[in-house]
Structures are given as C-alpha cells and as structure tokens.
Design a protein around this ligand. Structure first.
Ligand code: ATP
Ligand code: MG
Length: 414
C-alpha cells in the first residue's frame, strides 16, 4: 500500500495558507479584469508534444522536470509544467486566431519534477497572463504594468525589483550565440556538467545557471547589448520608453535570460530579496516564435507567470480571515433557535460560527480560540423575552438585543 504521506514536493493547502492562495488569485483576477484579461483555463494535462515542441528540448523543464506518463490508450501525456504552451495550443485548436488580440488571465497548479526546497515544489501554483496577437512594444508595456499592478494590489510591489533585458530577434541571437560559444569554450574546464551540455545545445541558457562556479565564469561573458540588431534595439528602446512613460521603474539586467526556448525580445522578472535563493516571484517575456513552432501561423505574444507560493510567502500573515460572530445556544429551545438565527445571519452577509455543544463556558472559550469578534448567547430565558445577549469579545461589553434587531446590531461586526 502506498505510504500515507503527501508525495515529496507536494503540499496540502489548509487554513490561513489556503486562504492566502485564494486571496491572491482573487486580487489578481480583479486587476486583470480591469485590463481586459478575462479568465481562461486549460486542461491540467496535454499531449506531451505540446510541451516538448514549445519549451524546446534543451530546456530544464523538458530535459529533467516533466511528469510524463502513458495513459491507458497508449498516448504520451504530460502534467502541465507551465501555462503558456497549453494556451497557445488552445488558440490554435480552438480557432481563436480570428479573435486576435486574445487576452487572458489563468491560475492553477503546475507540475515540475525538481529538487524540492523553500519556494520550490513539484506541484506549485501559478497566476499568469497572456496577450496574443500584439507585436507592438505597447503590448509588453501593458503586460508588465499589469504584473506591477497585481503586485501593488497585494501590497508587495515595493519589496520587488523589475529586472529587464532583451533577447533580441533571431539575427541578434545568432550573433550573440556565437560570441557566447567562443567565450565559454575558453572557460569550459570551469563550467558545471550541465552548462557544458548547454554549451553544445543552447549556450544562452548557461547565463541562467544557478551553479556558483558557472556564475563566476558568467561574470566575464559578452553582453547581448553588443550584438543587438538595429531593429531589436529599437524595439527594446520602445518598451523602455513606454515603461518610463507610465512610471514603472526597472533595472537593466543584461544577464537575464528566461528558462524556456520560445522567448524573444523582452524578458523580465520581478525579483525580491525577501525569499532567499528563490527570489523570482513573477517572470515572463515576449514569445513571438511560439505559435509558429507549434504549427500555427506566425503570431506574436507576450505574457508572464508568477508563483502563488512565493507570493504567499511575501504576503506573510497579511490576509486576516474575516472574524466571525459565534452563536452559543443554551437549552433545547435556545439551540434550535441558534440554528435558525445562524442561517438568517449568514444569508444577511455575516460570518457566523455555530458552537455545536457544550454550554456557555466552553462556548466562550471556543469563541475566543477562533478569534470571534462577538458571541451571541441564546438561552431559554432570553428567548422568552424575544431577546438575546451579544457580548463584544474585545471589550467584554454585553448588550441585550431584541431578536428582530439582531441583524442590524451585528452589522458593526461584518
Ligand atoms: P526558477 O528560475 O526559480 O526555476 P523558472 O524560470 O523555472 O524559475 P518560470 O518557468 O518562469 O520559472 O515560472 C514563473 C514563476 O513560477 C517563477 O518565477 C516562480 O515564482 C514560479 N515557480 C517556478 N517553478 C516553481 C516551483 N518549482 N515551485 C514554486 N514556484 C515555482
Ligand atoms: Mg525552474
């Protein structure tokens, strides 16, 4: 029998943590709505090809991290490691190409078989947005502004830095690639095994290495800026000018590359010092080649994704649950009346906890433990008078309130 434990790298969301995840998604969705990015969700698994072809067979995700399995029909399926490939697939298979530009917001679990550590799980959650069918720099600016405004709505924008880079167009990347191959070949003895492998297949990705030895070599590597074509430079300048215009601050990071193969032009990350090694909270860029790679017509796109676990860690305890009103029934009539009142009050919009049994003393103790704002004592004597006793649990003050006035009286605790 399987062990009664969660699978390594997976995690139950309970209580405050579950609440924080929901609050993050709700806040993000509200901001995305204002930008016209409506909700979208794709299946949690796709044909393996959807990811293999798009993420590139040199990416860490495809080479090491995918949860791939054969289903009973013999198809190779993969639990989605990220959201963009599935959305691009949907744009092609769902005929959305006639409705461009297509804008969406998504959230949900993603799966990557990597080494679990703080802020790095095997099942984690992302929120993300895509803007498909817009080739203009204003699209990049809008996507980044949306990310910044979501971080701001969560109260954590000021704890992050927006790092910005360009990966240029195909021509620039080819020139830069050659320069990198030449440089890293001269230092190949100091590179990690992973990076030696990358040197053959995708040298740009060495810049993304987290290995300390690699990082030392990377410090001296050529920078992309020297290899940008005029067009690519003009595009990047337009993105930067747009960010300046709307007042979104950024720092240039010429070493910033994205972990996936389908990116071009703008690459960006919102990073923080607050989370130790896993400092990237929100990351994205332009992916003009993606849809064509998947077999669709050439269609530009830009988007980003953010890790909900990392956002939640930054929020800490700042999402307090709504404080409840606790109903404590005494005696048979009191308990029956308690059920009725609880339903009425809940339907009137109040958060109500029923203390199922145990009398006043235990009831008040439990009301205290769940941090209720008030307790309503409902006993036979009170009922005979058509009234209940409301105790403010912060001040200790008690008031007799007619049942008919109870909803109004408790509005203060809503
Ligand atoms: P990293 O460099 O940290 O591995 P990545 O480049 O693989 O990140 P993306 O694919 O860009 O990450 O995913 C976007 C965001 O999703 C990340 O910035 C991070 O917040 C979150 N994320 C990615 N992988 C994980 C994971 N295994 N566990 C938790 N969050 C993750
Ligand atoms: Mg990764």
């Amino acid at each position: 029998m399987a062990k009664l434990q969660p699978v390594r790298g997976t995690h139950d969301l309970i209580g405050d943590e579950a609440r924080a995840h929901l609050a993050i998604v709700a806040a993000a969705r509200e901001v995305a709505d204002r930008y016209g990015y409506g909700p979208m969700s794709t299946p949690i698994f796709e044909f393996t090809d959807v990811f293999q072809r798009t993420l590139g067979d040199t990416s860490d995700i495809v080479t090491k991290e995918m949860y791939t399995f054969e289903d009973k029909g013999g198809d190779s399926l993969t639990l989605r490691p990220e959201g963009t490939a599935g959305i691009a697939r949907a744009v092609i298979s769902g005929g959305l190409r006639n409705e461009l530009p297509f804008k969406c917001f998504y959230n949900g679990p993603m799966f990557r078989h990597e080494r679990p550590q703080k802020g790095r799980l095997r099942q984690f959650h992302q929120i993300g947005v895509e803007l498909i069918g817009v080739a203009e720099a204003s699209g990049d600016v809008e996507a980044i502004a949306l990310g910044a405004d979501i971080l701001d709505a969560l109260g954590i924008l000021s704890a992050t830095t927006l790092e910005l880079n360009t990966l240029g167009d195909g021509e620039s990347r080819a020139a830069y690639r050659d320069a990198l191959v030449e440089y890293f070949t001269g230092h190949v003895d100091k590179l990690s095994d992973d990076s030696r492998e990358r040197l053959q297949r995708n040298p740009l990705r060495i810049l993304d290495s987290k290995n300390e030895g690699d990082r030392a070599v990377i410090t001296g590597a050529p920078v992309f800026d020297d290899y940008l074509s005029d067009d690519a430079r003009a595009f990047f300048d337009a993105v930067r000018a747009g960010l300046d215009t709307i007042g979104v601050a950024y720092t240039l990071n010429p070493r910033l590359v994205r972990g996936l193969d389908y990116y071009s032009h703008t690459a960006f990350e919102f990073t923080t010092e607050a989370l130790g090694a896993q400092g990237t909270v929100l990351a994205g860029g332009r992916y003009d080649g993606l849809i064509e790679t998947m077999g669709g017509p050439a269609t530009p796109g830009v988007g980003w994704a953010a890790g909900v676990e990392r956002l939640a860690m930054m929020l800490g305890a700042s999402v307090p649950p709504t404080r409840a009103v606790a109903l404590i029934g005494m005696g048979e009539d009191g308990e029956r009346e308690t059920m009725r009142l609880a339903r009425d009050l809940r339907r009137a919009g109040l958060t109500v906890e029923l203390l199922y049994k145990g009398g006043v003393k235990r009831g008040l103790k439990r009301a205290d433990r769940i941090n209720a704002a008030a307790a309503v004592l409902i006993g036979d004597d009170e009922l005979a008078k058509g009234a209940v006793t409301v105790r403010n649990l912060d001040s200790g003050e008690q008031t007799d309130v007619a049942i008919a006035d109870l909803t109004d009286h408790l509005a203060a605790y809503r």
